[in-house]
Design a protein around this ligand. Structure first.
Ligand SMILES: [Zn+2]
Length: 318
């Protein structure tokens, strides 16, 4: 398979195998950001993470994917009294120590956009994690010390990322708290972050609206490369995704910038109408895709989103 050219970084954890080539725009952006951004910092407490300061009180934490897919972002918002961490990565390294160091040990709210490996396997280093109520059951089903086994081959060697197995966080059970669409977290004073339910990528997939910074942390619901919509739930159908994106588009006056769970961050909110346009075209004729590929053993159709990337969907999941 074609591999992208390398990105220089001193982060611990070197990619061994990339399972899928990254699109040219996303790769070029990440290369420029990671090699040149003046705010980039690797803290000794967690050598697996690159930290970027995107706003005065908001940081992006990037780790290298442990399973050969796109590198995930976590975001840290520092409010007047509390900090909020959105997504927890793969659970390799010391994210909790890193966050405590950046915030100076502030009280911390931890919340997930969704339950997937690259966004929630770091949860068990915290006592309590919030998510949308439809995500609770899957989140709890992944409270298991064997969730990391798939990262290793039969000889115990990591398959996709060179890292030390001892750097996986110790497993412990934690409390999963499901909250409804529109639930608001208060970070002190009038600093509010609202959970907005946008299913599709997973049944309880959530975005988080930082009302002060006018930022939307979009998880995997908006991605510069490919938004993947698939699954067996009524909430992972393309129509469910499209309907909530339409509701979100009515709130575009509340945010200007979008910070997705992978690749390009600080996107313009104008990508939302483009996504809806593509959804409508797919719903009108699911066979009118731009190209198709096999992804994780399933045939996926892909259709372009103007100025962004693609939507990946299954013809039976409309
Ligand atoms: Zn992801």
């Amino acid at each position: 398979m074609r591999q992208n050219r390398p990105i220089r970084s001193d982060v611990k954890g070197k990619r061994l195998i990339q399972r899928e080539p990254i699109d040219a725009t996303s790769w070029a952006y990440m290369k420029l950001l990671r090699e040149n951004d003046k705010t980039k910092k690797i803290y000794p407490v967690d050598p697996y993470a690159e930290v970027y300061q995107f706003r005065e009180n908001m940081y992006g934490i990037l780790t290298i994917s442990a399973d050969g897919m796109g590198d995930p972002w976590s975001f840290l918002i520092i409010g007047p009294e509390k900090a909020m961490l959105i997504d927890t990565g793969f659970g390799i390294g010391n994210l909790k120590g890193l966050v405590d160091e950046i915030t100076g040990g502030m009280p911390l709210i931890v919340a997930n956009t969704h339950c997937h490996f690259d966004h929630a396997y770091g949860n068990c280093q915290f006592d309590r994690c919030y998510c949308h109520e439809y995500e609770v059951e899957i989140m709890n089903s992944k409270q298991d010390p064997h969730i990391w086994d798939y990262l290793f081959d039969e000889n115990g060697k990591p398959i996709w990322l060179e890292f030390d197995r001892n750097d996986i966080i110790p497993f412990k059970r934690y409390e999963v708290v499901g909250v409804p669409d529109g639930y608001t977290f208060n970070l002190g004073g009038d600093y509010e972050v609202e959970l907005i339910w946008v299913p599709g990528h997973s049944p309880g997939h959530a975005m988080y609206l930082d009302k002060k910074n006018r930022n939307l942390m979009a998880g995997d619901g908006i991605i510069s490369m490919r938004v993947g919509i698939s699954g067996n739930s009524p909430y992972t159908r393309l129509t469910a995704y499209r309907n909530e994106m339409v509701k979100l588009s009515k709130r575009m006056g509340e945010f200007d910038h979008i910070f997705p769970g992978h690749f390009i961050v600080d996107l313009e909110n104008t990508v939302i109408p483009s996504i809806i346009e593509t959804c409508d075209a797919i719903i009108a004729n699911p066979q009118d895709y731009d190209f198709t590929h096999e992804f994780r053993g399933r045939q996926t159709y892909l259709k372009g989103v103007k100025g962004l990337g693609t939507i990946g969907y299954s013809p039976t999941g409309i």
